[in-house]
Design a protein around this ligand. Structure first.
Ligand SMILES: [Fe+2]
Length: 293
């Protein structure tokens, strides 16, 4: 479809990848390409298809979220047996996504840490939200409440739309170009602010200089109308029953349309990459001439 995608023909969630193929796929991912698996579907058995409805959302957030570490389910209006079955469906997706990443990128297996699992049953278009929260605007992912301190954010997406509706994304310019535009004018964190945010439980852990800079880049790009209008972007349609994997802290992206998406977040230590120099942390340290971890 485009050189932005690296297509993998796998049809199984546990692909047995041979060494040269795995290294090639892993490096493509680290270089900011999207690992695209057009033939990999996450099939729902008949008794789970009832979850293909926006009524399972709580109406306040775009995601129903599941925590694979605790088994907790949040942001859904459902209760009882439905709630248990929905959690089970999301847990199955979390396990499948983990098997996929460790199968395609075996060098990540040892230190890959679980993030949350998300299910988005609500249409991506027409949500009323502030520009900062508006994911139809080009952005890199950075989390306000969950500092990563340089760890990578790796996400596995699967379009489970039953009516053939694609998930439509824009992919923006390279990270370096966006960072060069904004990074050098971001003021440092106020002394003591990271400590205070942690103390007040606004953040889970201490926000690092890297987290502060990444959040600032996320906000500046999203709030810059001129940038959103004029920066280059490639439109990609991910068909229903396809899967894709992206380092969303590196790849400028915007989710324009689609409904019924599963997504699994993982965290990866920068030191665990095949080429650490490709990490946003190292790119920003080069640009700013100071350590940020
Ligand atoms: Fe995003």
């Amino acid at each position: 479809m485009t050189e932005r995608l690296y297509t993998v023909a796998a049809t199984e969630w546990s692909p047995g990848c041979t060494a040269p193929d795995a290294a090639q796929a892993t490096l493509a991912l680290e270089n900011g390409r999207v690992l695209y698996l057009p033939r990999l579907a996450f099939r729902l058995p008949i008794n789970e298809r009832r979850f293909l409805s926006p009524r399972f959302s709580d109406g306040k957030t775009k995601n129903i979220s599941y925590d694979p570490s605790s088994g907790g389910l949040r942001h859904t209006a459902t209760a009882g047996a439905d709630r248990t079955a929905l959690a089970r469906m999301m847990a199955r997706y979390a396990d499948a996504a983990h098997a996929l990443v460790t199968g395609l990128c075996p060098t990540y297996a040892r230190d890959l840490a679980w993030g949350l699992t998300s299910y988005r049953p609500v249409d991506a278009t027409g949500r009323q939200t502030s520009p900062r929260k508006d994911d139809t605007r080009l952005h890199i992912d950075a989390f306000a409440s969950r500092p990563v301190r340089g760890q990578r954010i790796l996400r596995v997406f699967c379009n489970i739309n039953p009516d053939g509706v694609p998930r439509v994304w824009n992919l923006g310019e390279p990270f370096e170009a966006m960072a060069a535009r904004y990074a050098t004018t971001v003021p440092a964190q106020l002394p003591g602010s990271a400590w205070l945010l942690e103390k007040l439980h606004v953040t889970k852990g201490r926000r690092s200089a890297y987290d502060h800079l990444m959040l600032s880049l996320h906000d500046r790009a999203k709030l810059d109308d001129d940038y959103q209008r004029s920066s280059s972007a490639v439109r990609i349609e991910f068909p229903s029953n396809s899967t894709w994997i992206v380092f969303t802290d590196l790849v400028m992206h915007a989710a324009l349309a689609g409904q019924y998406l599963l997504e699994q977040t993982f965290y990866l230590p920068t030191a665990n990459m095949m080429d650490e120099t490709l990490a946003p942390l190292r790119k920003l340290e080069n640009l700013c001439h100071r350590p940020l971890a």
